[in-house]
Design a protein around this ligand. Structure first.
Ligand SMILES: Nc1ncnc2c1ncn2[C@@H]1O[C@H](COP(=O)(O)OP(=O)(O)OP(=O)(O)O)[C@@H](O)[C@H]1O
Ligand SMILES: [Mg+2]
Length: 266
């Protein structure tokens, strides 16, 4: 699609965002104001005008529904092969793909399974029973929530135990240690592990990190949806070389987002 057609009907700010291909860009705008339109047109512009390889573009969303929508809309702007080659994915699907390729370097089997929330809860209940803790006193869901927060803070069971203050946290530390041991021996990862282990993989294995930091690659495109309260969506565009920090940023709800230029499209 020609540039003129790609930009047709865009307002000034949308046009500016599509054309700003050098360096990071943060787009903040309200619901239904044309953010996805900017992102999809920006992807098409990068490919058609800047000759970026479609497979060097990563578009990240939080939900599968948003990923499907993005893929469909990119498909309407590009030829079928190019649209197929753009990597449109949720954070978790991205991490699964990265881990399926290289998780053996962390001692897991590449055929690892993913523990769903019901399985996580069953496991925590079993562990509580085995450790003789009353589930009425130590709510399994609260324990899982605390484990999840620990993983989001990149705290493994040992690190969590070290900083555990209250009695509850000390109990969580014991459960977390056993929970993680069981998951690992079952070659299973929970949703938080998908993110955490990907970051650990990038931190520990330079070869894997380099694989995703290809010098020919230009941009990583992120669609970060801050859930509920803020009711705004954040879309950022990062150099691909920062993919690891992008994953870390995701854990901190993109605390660095304020550091990049902001374009308001509405
Ligand atoms: N400048 C524009 N001129 C005409 N139509 C537009 C323009 N920008 C966006 N639209 C249309 O407005 C609708 C909403 O756009 P889009 O889905 O891109 O918004 P969004 O901000 O991503 O929405 P959501 O918050 O639901 O994700 C679409 O039908 C889109 O084609
Ligand atoms: Mg949208």
């Amino acid at each position: 699609m020609a540039t003129a057609t790609l930009l047709q009907g865009m307002n000034d700010k949308q046009t500016e965002a599509v054309l700003a291909t050098e360096g990071p860009v943060l787009i903040m705008a309200g619901a239904g104001s044309g953010k996805t339109r900017v992102l999809t047109h920006r992807i098409a512009y990068l490919i058609e005008e800047k000759h970026v390889n479609p497979w060097n573009i990563l578009a990240i969303t939080f939900t599968n529904k948003a990923a499907r929508e993005m893929k469909d809309r990119v498909g309407r702007l590009l030829d079928a092969q190019a649209a197929q080659d753009v990597w449109v994915s949720t954070f978790h699907a991205l991490c699964v793909r990265i881990l399926r390729r290289d998780i053996e370097k962390l001692g897991y089997n590449r055929a690892f399974t993913i523990a769903d929330p019901a399985e996580q809860l069953t496991l925590v209940k079993h562990i509580l029973a085995e450790l003789n803790y009353d589930p009425k006193q130590y709510d399994p869901k609260s324990i899982l929530g605390t484990i999840s927060n620990a993983k989001n803070d990149m705290l493994d069971p040992k690190a969590f135990e070290k900083q555990a203050g209250s009695l509850f946290q000390q109990v969580v530390a014991k459960v977390y240690t056993e929970y993680q041991r069981r998951l690992r021996s079952d070659q299973a990862l929970d949703f938080d592990d998908l993110i955490m282990q990907t970051i650990i993989l990038f931190q520990q294995d330079e070869e894997t990190l380099k694989f995703y930091q290809t010098s020919s690659a230009t941009f990583t495109l992120m669609n970060i949806r801050i859930p509920t309260k803020l009711s705004i969506n954040w879309y950022t565009c990062w150099p691909l070389a920062t993919k690891t920090s992008v994953l870390s940023a995701m854990l901190t709800r993109v605390s660095t987002a304020g550091a990049v230029p902001t374009l308001k499209t509405s």
